[in-house]
Design a protein around this ligand. Structure first.
Ligand code: E4P
Length: 223
């Protein structure tokens, strides 16, 4: 399972890429506007930090297929290698996915809340589809079940589209989609930390170091 970071915050991305095995960054219009800077500057800064080999997913804001298409081609120029245009699964979004696929632009279909939306986006040519887990769970939906259904529909239809699960508020949601065999997840820094945290790990590390230092003193392993 690949881990991506869902943020446009440069400091978080720096920390994330320093500590964790990340494959890329996803942003959305809300995350970008939070940074209160020019969007091109933000995207270029992100690209500089993550390098050309990491994926950068950026969302279109147009409502019509024509506008989405224009934005995708423009953003591709700005972002360069490993760029994915995120397109919401509206009828215009699907039309844009079909057109852009023919032009060789890589697509992440987004704002997905049921498996039929994900199936349609995959058939239209999306390379990734992004179901939103927590936004569904918040209204008594079942985000994990939707992921399970998408994965089985893709298998049944022989589709190679990858599921990039998004919108998480806790580590348990991530664990459950991981068990379904999801291809990738996009997370904020706090959830990355929570996935790794266990109090017994910290207690164990403290005890190992304490025992070591009682006998050898500190800093004696390399001398
Ligand atoms: C997905 O690509 C979106 O950027 C994101 O994960 C939505 O998350 P939220 O529900 O926390 O806003």
């Amino acid at each position: 399972m690949l881990y991506l970071m869902d943020t446009a915050n440069i400091e978080e991305i720096k920390k994330g890429f320093e500590f964790y095995p990340l494959s890329g960054v996803t942003t959305n219009p809300t995350l970008i506007t939070k940074e209160k800077k020019g969007f091109k500057e933000i995207l270029k800064d992100i690209r500089n930090i993550i390098g050309e080999n990491s994926m950068l997913h950026v969302q279109a804001v147009g409502r019509t297929a024509e506008q989405i298409e224009k934005e995708a081609l423009y953003l591709q120029e700005v972002v360069g290698e490993n760029f994915y245009i995120k397109i919401p699964v509206t009828p215009d979004g699907i039309k844009a996915i079909k057109k852009l696929t023919q032009k060789g632009v890589k697509i992440t279909a987004t704002a997905i809340f049921n498996a039929q939306q994900a199936l349609m986006a995959a058939e239209a040519g999306a390379e990734f589809t992004a179901p939103y887990i927590n936004r569904l769970d918040n209204i008594c939906g079942d985000g994990v079940k939707v992921v399970e259904e998408i994965i089985s529909l893709y298998k049944l239809n022989g589709l190679n589209t990858k599921v990039l699960a998004a919108s998480f508020k806790n580590a348990e949601q991530v664990h459950k989609v991981a068990l379904c065999g999801v291809h990738s997840v996009t997370l904020n820094y706090e959830i990355l930390e929570k996935l790794l945290y266990h109090p017994l790990t910290d207690i164990s590390v403290d005890k190992f170091i304490e025992d070591w230092e009682k006998f050898y003193g500190s800093g004696k392993l390399t001398t």
